[in-house]
Design a protein around this ligand. Structure first.
Ligand code: F0G
Length: 461
């Protein structure tokens, strides 16, 4: 439907509600201390607006809940599997559809098949579980983000793109035989949820063809990416988003998806591809670690909900609302002088804490300090992407400054309304006026691998 009004509305009404965790500042101060200034250690019921992630936190539709009741829980050959397979084939065109319980299970299986020592996987940017699974297989994960992707304050339409020339140079240096895969992450989560253009996908495809390297999509947020192409790329403004998404998949040899994002469900994923040899090996691993070919670690009801969600997510009224909500939050923050990755990505807004809190050194974790202040003052939970998450220390145990200090405010799908977002903007306005009072943090203890999940911190002296 063509929308001629300035106000973009939530294109749904609410049938079932869940109370928010309303707490006092004093309570939150205690919660924060008990959680050792690590927001992963906080009980969700003590959070008012939870922007930790958009993964698995969305609201399902009435149609999806109806599908849940229709789920066929047969071990083998369940009707729900065939609904799931049909929708994925219709969207992606790939012949082999392998269900998994979430995105990283697909990554574990795929890189178990094609990874290994001496091999390299090239990408616009690997998401952190992707990188971890590539490296766990013995291979190396190489990122080639487009120039300007780290220029957070400088708007550009497709900051998720790959630097094609740099990628090709690397392929030539290392030899294509050592590079079993190129993966394009759409949208590019690690660098702000920024979209990849069709032109860039085509250019990467051409390089892959030249060297005989398969190209896959990590398509967790494919619909958001396709909608950005419609909005921003020449020649697509009257193309239906479904056709744009299909064109993206046509360029690829395979894809995997964390369905917890753009399939609008709370759990699930898939690996889809054409290569019969890879898929046969992947199915062996699937049966070993996930489950039989027609359920792969999911219940029949989950498969049913994914099949429906994959159709709903391509509704352009939904996507208009979705992309408008992150833009709205971004505009609100910019009005208060809060620096962000500009323009905002599809699934949330990333605040540049390095710029916002210049008085806190990287060794005192400015992004983590900001995330804690946001919780203390407003009960809002975001996530640090910075020196704590990257967790690199020198031989004396001193933290090495990460290239970025960001707080990601991820937006769960169909969960919060505009007044929730107005509230977040208001809290940020207050923080912007009182930011000098925000103190840095010191690590008390942290494990070497993925430290941000379990690290304990305290206020710096
Ligand atoms: N790929 C991308 C681009 C992702 O964003 C994620 C998860 C995964 C793969 C892994 O999928 O969680 O289902 O195993 N991203 C979540 C996030 C965790 O918060 O951004 P998973």
């Amino acid at each position: 439907m063509e929308w001629k009004w300035k106000t973009i509305i939530e294109p749904f009404k609410i049938k079932s509600v869940e109370p928010l965790g309303i707490t006092t500042r004093d309570e939150r101060k205690t919660v924060l201390e008990q959680a050792h200034y690590n927001l992963f250690n906080i009980k969700a019921e003590k959070v008012l607006i939870d922007m930790l992630t958009d993964s698995g936190t969305g609201a399902m539709s009435a149609a999806q809940w109806g599908g849940v009741m229709n789920g066929d829980e047969s071990y083998a050959g369940a009707r729900s599997y065939y609904n799931f397979e049909r929708e994925i084939k219709r969207l992606t065109g790939f012949s082999e559809v392998i269900p998994v319980h979430q995105g990283r299970a697909a990554e574990k299986i795929l890189f178990g098949v094609i990874g290994g020592k001496g091999r390299y996987i090239v990408s616009n940017s690997h998401f952190d579980t992707t990188r971890a699974n590539v490296e766990f297989s013995g291979a190396q994960a190489m990122d080639f983000p487009v120039k300007g992707a780290l220029d957070f304050g400088k708007p550009a339409p497709f900051k998720g793109n790959a630097d094609v020339a740099a990628m090709e140079k690397f392929i030539r240096e290392k030899g294509a035989k050592n590079i079993p895969l190129c993966v394009m992450t759409v949208t590019n989560n690690s660098l702000g949820g920024q979209p990849v253009s069709m032109e860039n996908l085509k250019a990467v495809r051409a390089v892959c063809d030249k060297y005989g390297i398969p190209m896959f999509l990590d398509c967790a947020r494919f619909a958001e990416n396709a909608y950005f192409i419609k909005l921003r790329e020449k020649g697509y403004n009257s193309t239906p988003v479904r056709e744009i998404a299909e064109e993206m998949f046509e360029l690829a040899d395979g894809a995997w998806m964390s369905s917890k994002k753009d399939a609008l469900v709370n759990i699930g994923g898939f690996l889809a591809l054409n290569d019969k040899d890879w898929s046969a090996k992947a199915r062996q691993m699937l049966i070993l670690t996930e489950g039989f070919n027609t359920y792969g670690g999911l219940a029949g009801r989950d498969l049913e909900a994914i099949a429906i969600g994959l159709q709903e997510v391509l509704d352009e009224n939904y996507l208009q609302y979705r992309i408008r909500s992150s833009a709205y939050l971004g505009e609100g923050l910019l009005k208060h002088g809060v620096p962000i990755i500009d323009p905002p990505g599809g699934h949330g807004v990333y605040v540049n804490a390095k710029k916002f809190l210049p008085h806190i050194r990287p060794q005192n974790f400015p992004a983590q300090a900001l995330a804690c202040a946001l919780y203390l003052e407003g009960g809002i939970r975001g996530v640090e992407i910075g020196t704590l998450m990257f967790g690199r220390r020198d031989k004396n145990g001193v933290y090495q400054a990460a290239p970025m200090e960001l707080v990601r405010l991820a937006m769960p799908r169909r969960v919060y309304t505009q007044s929730h977002i107005d509230y977040v903007i208001e809290v940020f306005g207050w923080l912007a006026r009182h930011k000098k009072a925000i103190k840095g943090l010191d690590v008390v203890e942290a494990p070497p691998i993925l430290p941000h999940f379990t690290a304990k911190l305290k206020l710096a002296k």
